[in-house]
Design a protein around this ligand. Structure first.
Ligand code: SF4
Length: 272
């Protein structure tokens, strides 16, 4: 099977593409109807685009299938999360949340309801960086948080194990395998690269990694966080000032070091 993953609108399923599918729609009934004749093994997740929708029909449907709920206006939409908690009985559920002013309250609500979160960042301004740092502080130190908030979780693990993972992978935007199918059937790269020319990627047999290709800004070449970031924040504007996002990476690195120190201080069986 083709190794690509297509994020595809439900009404485009008859286009007959090979590969794995993330199927999106605003209406749960449309998802169920469109996927009924589909090979369930190909569908790796569904996305519900409208938090106002009644997700009840999805509760007992396709148990175990991951569901992602898109939240574009977190400051206004966070109360809508309460109506989707039943989905957690039968599905892993993640909130794909736009990082916009006031998103911190939505992260706290999602965490309290036991939803995982995937933050969708563009190029945050200084005020949003302050909110991002405050949300990270909450994520790191609030003992009731049981589900991951990405990209914090993946970056923290990368620093902890000294095996950094670029944000393109942590945030499910691996340009090597993820493709976005628009409503009119046009295929492009996904996430912040949506609409970018597919030819920017290296050939399959090239030794050049896609993260090297995408980290084109001069500042990335000497950036201490290149391996954790992969040039992510220099898209779409190459002149974006990374001082704030580097500060947040620094906080994550400090937290990983602190975690390592704490675990090293725990007595082992031999010490007892
Ligand atoms: S933080 Fe900025 S400079 Fe550093 S790798 Fe990422 S995009 Fe490049």
């Amino acid at each position: 099977m083709n190794s690509l993953i297509y994020n595809i609108p439900a009404h485009r399923l008859p286009d007959d593409r090979e590969g794995r599918l993330i199927v999106r729609a605003s209406d749960p009934a449309e998802l169920i109807a469109a996927l009924t004749p589909e090979d369930p093994g190909r569908v790796i997740a569904v996305q519900l685009l409208n938090l106002d929708a009644d997700s009840e029909p999805l509760n007992a449907w396709a148990p175990g299938l991951p569901i992602e709920l898109l939240m574009r206006d977190p400051a206004a939409e966070f109360p809508l999360l309460y109506r989707h908690t039943n989905l957690l009985d039968n599905h892993p559920v993640q909130i794909a949340m736009t990082v916009a002013p006031g998103f911190g309250k939505a992260v706290k609500t999602a965490a309290a309801l036991d939803f995982a979160v995937r933050l969708e960042l563009e190029q945050p301004d200084p005020a949003l960086i302050e909110e991002l740092a405050a949300v990270l502080e909450f994520y790191l130190h609030q003992p009731t948080v049981a589900q991951p908030v990405e990209y914090f979780h993946g970056a923290l693990l990368g620093f902890y194990h000294d095996e950094p993972i670029p944000l393109w992978l942590i945030l499910d935007e691996n340009p090597g395998i993820v493709r976005y199918i628009a409503a009119d059937g046009t295929e492009s790269l996904s996430g912040r690269l949506a609409g970018a020319d597919l030819t920017i990627l290296p050939d399959a047999d090239s030794k050049t990694g896609f993260d090297q290709v995408l980290a084109t800004a001069e500042e990335c070449r000497t950036c201490e966080f290149l391996k954790s970031c992969g040039g992510y924040f220099k898209w779409p504007r190459r002149d974006y000032d990374c001082a704030g996002v580097k500060r947040v990476f620094g906080l994550l690195r400090e937290a990983a070091a602190e975690l390592r120190r704490d675990l090293a201080a725990v007595p082992t069986e031999q010490d007892l």
